[in-house]
Ligand binder design. Structure first.
Ligand code: FAD
Length: 340
């Protein structure tokens, strides 16, 4: 043990959704856990910014289903609890009055009655509090710069605040996981795909949608979150640049206005909050979870556009493996972590 190194049973690298859920489950299993996060806040791609004194806003919207009915039938997903209804244009308007504005061009929709929308900021804040109450230590403004490997084990996590030692190391760095893992010969294929969200106060638009809507044809999502409305969309290959592009935001707005002309009542460029973030996408669209060829090095990253949706299951699965328990969720079908 290095004299000035702090020591834990497990170090989680990255304080986004997937790092936090894993930390909480490991603390619940009785391990001493710390989360090393380079920012001053937890939350990662769902972090909340104060874009003006007193104005806080979680910056990503969350819905949970984007599936083709044929896939649902072929994979017998209904047997696994996925419920949906195929709606005619008239039935769409009956379910969601705001669609009356576009009834003329509407063919129909898939309706997922069990689909949920949530405020990821509240989720992240609540989860961080929950984890802290169970003893998880948060190392903020702590950038992980490397991993010290000794044989087939990680001896220490090297950070901007000094080394941290642990029996187990979990890499939950989203799009940033490949760069760190490559240093110790572990390959994961994860690439950042930028997405944009535009958030407005919904108040001036009384008949605004009450359901989360995904318009596959026009490639946007419109999601009611409390007293706000969030439009999301685009998949931009821009390496690690998370700067929101005004042109892409404008393109989303124009598409939303085609389906919902009423959106013009609550959208103003002056007050709309435009944000962009990086979805950590793997080639299969499914994340990497589990142990690497390095005995005490684990990965929980690459969950793409469903990172929040997957975070509790992924966090639980990886925590089970770290804690030496047989995971309740099978790893069959998930990308394998390459052997050395
Ligand atoms: C516009 C948009 C809309 C989305 N909508 C949805 C949705 O509707 N439903 C859904 O489920 N998902 C959605 N997502 C995807 C979801 O946000 C991500 O998949 C998820 O946040 C990834 O979480 P993560 O914890 O794996 O990684 P991240 O959130 O990227 O967290 C990684 C963390 O590691 C930290 N970090 C990076 N490098 C270092 C380092 N060297 N040292 C220490 N810390 C470091 C970062 O600061 C960050 O906090 C959306 C994403 C975008 C961009």
């Amino acid at each position: 043990m290095t004299s000035n190194a702090r020591r834990f049973d497990a170090v989680i690298i990255g304080g986004g959704h997937n790092g936090l859920t894993c930390a909480a489950y490991l603390a619940a299993a009785g391990l001493s856990v710390c989360v090393a996060e380079r920012r001053h806040v937890v939350g990662g791609a769902a972090v909340t910014e104060e874009f003006h004194p007193g104005f806080r806003n979680s910056t990503a919207s969350y819905t949970v289903s984007l599936l083709d009915p044929q896939v649902i039938r072929e994979l017998k997903l209904a047997e696994h609890g996925l419920v949906y209804e195929e709606l005619s244009a008239e039935e769409c308007v009956a379910h969601e009055g705001a669609l009356s504005e576009t009834a003329g061009s509407l063919v129909g929709a898939l309706y997922f009655p069990r689909d949920e929308v949530g405020d990821c900021h509240k989720f992240i804040q609540g989860l961080a509090r929950h984890a802290q109450e169970r003893g998880v230590k948060f190392l903020y403004e702590t950038t992980v710069t490397g991993l010290r490997r000794r044989g087939r084990r990680i001896a220490a996590v090297l950070t901007s605040q000094g080394p941290v030692e642990a029996d187990n190391v979990v890499v939950a760095l989203g799009s940033f996981a490949p760069a760190l893992l490559r240093q110790v010969g572990v390959d994961v294929l994860i690439y950042p795909v930028k997405g944009v969200s535009i958030t407005v106060a919904r108040a001036p638009w009384n008949d605004a949608p009450t359901h989360a809507i995904i318009d596959d044809a026009r490639m946007f999502g419109l999601v009611p979150i409390g007293d706000r409305l969030r439009a999301v969309g685009t998949a931009e290959i821009a390496r690690y640049d998370a700067t929101p592009s005004p042109a892409r935001a404008q393109a989303i707005i124009e598409k939303v206005l085609q389906t919902f002309p009423g959106f013009s009542r609550c959208y103003s460029p002056a007050t709309a909050k435009v944000w962009a973030g990086l979805r950590p996408v793997s080639p299969s669209g499914v994340g990497y979870m589990g142990r690497t060829w390095i005995e005490n090095l684990f990965v929980n990253a690459g969950h793409g556009h469903l990172g929040w949706t997957m975070s509790c299951g992924a966090g639980r699965l990886v925590a089970d493996i770290v804690a030496g328990r047989a995971p309740e969720i099978s790893l069959a079908g998930f990308p394998r972590l390459a052997a050395a």
